[in-house]
Design a protein around this ligand. Structure first.
Ligand SMILES: Nc1ncnc2c1ncn2[C@@H]1O[C@H](COP(=O)(O)OP(=O)(O)OP(=O)(O)O)[C@@H](O)[C@H]1O
Ligand SMILES: [Mg+2]
Length: 278
């Protein structure tokens, strides 16, 4: 009787598992859909070598998200020279993030082209070795700081990336999922370190609008200044302080470049975008 009773145990467990079958099946379907989804952009063919010290060039770029949707970029042209920081500014919906998505080749433009180091994006073999992004809100995984920084670059020099990112923190420190144990400023600087560790010469920053305290903001600014030397940097600027430091400013309005120049040249046109900022 004991044997009979205990042999029923596993059978009961199978019955419980069967109850989960529907959920498991649905989850597996979703993973399968994601893994087999067709890419938005075709893989590079006839690849070309990207020049050292590359600059970024947008040439008359046109783009719409859906075939019958509105044209979001309507002939955008600008340059980000090597060693310089270019700030992309404009009202909400002007197309700033779209420019960044196209530079990272999440989509291909419908017209015009984007070049890095003289090579059009579709002909660059390993684009993310050349272009890296510090996103507006960074995702940290549960694990050590070092693992989080190494994410995109397994052989990276973590210590020096942390130093340039102004992050005096133990690389062995374990952070929780989403980096909950760090401050906003520290998380932002881990993101900078992660981007620097890849060694990519083109750096794209979607500036966090989240209010950092002045100490954290000052450190982040210092970190980015050191990082920008020896790179081509494109920053989507939300803070007036960033725009003042940029070498060149590109003002987008409704998918077009409405004006570009230095801060002194554009300050009047920019004033309405940054009302209330010191
Ligand atoms: N995935 C998408 N699908 C369809 N339309 C989109 C998509 N992303 C953005 N758009 C549209 O494209 C236009 C430009 O959006 P974009 O995100 O580039 O603006 P932005 O300048 O970055 O604005 P913000 O300052 O608010 O971030 C907007 O009208 C937006 O509604
Ligand atoms: Mg945006």
């Amino acid at each position: 009787m004991v044997l009979a009773a205990s042999s029923l145990g596993p059978a009961a467990q199978v019955a419980l598992l069967l109850k989960e079958y529907g959920t498991l099946r649905a989850a597996a379907d979703r993973v399968h859909t994601l893994v087999t989804a067709p890419a938005n952009v075709p893989a590079p063919r006839e690849v070309l070598e990207v020049a050292d010290r590359p600059e970024v060039v947008f040439e008359d770029v046109r783009f719409r998200y859906t075939p019958d949707g509105p044209e979001v970029l309507r002939g955008v042209s600008f340059r980000v020279p090597y060693g310089k920081t270019v700030a992309l500014v404009g009202a909400s919906g002007a197309g700033k993030s779209t420019c960044v998505s196209l530079l990272l080749r999440y989509w291909d433009p419908d017209g015009g082209r984007i070049l890095v180091g003289g090579v059009p994006l579709p002909r660059i073999a390993d684009l993310h070795r050349h272009v890296t992004v510090v996103p507006q809100d960074v995702h940290l995984f549960a694990g050590t700081i070092e693992q989080n920084v190494r994410l995109g670059a397994p052989g990276a020099d973590v210590a020096s990336a942390l130093r340039v990112a102004q992050l005096a923190i133990d690389p062995e420190l374990v952070v929780g999922e989403r980096g909950v144990t760090l401050s906003g400023g520290q998380r932002a600087r881990v993101a900078v370190a992660r981007a620097l560790a890849t060694g990519a010469p083109v750096l794209v920053l979607d500036e966090a609008v989240a209010n950092l305290d002045t100490d954290n903001e000052a450190r982040l600014v210092e970190a980015l200044q050191e990082a920008a030397a020896g790179r081509a940097t494109l920053v989507i600027a939300h803070r007036l302080s960033t725009i003042r430091r940029a070498d060149h400013i590109v003002l987008l309005e409704e998918g077009r470049v409405a004006a570009e120049g230095s801060y002194a040249e554009l300050s009047e046109r920019l004033s309405h975008l940054f009302v209330g900022q010191p």
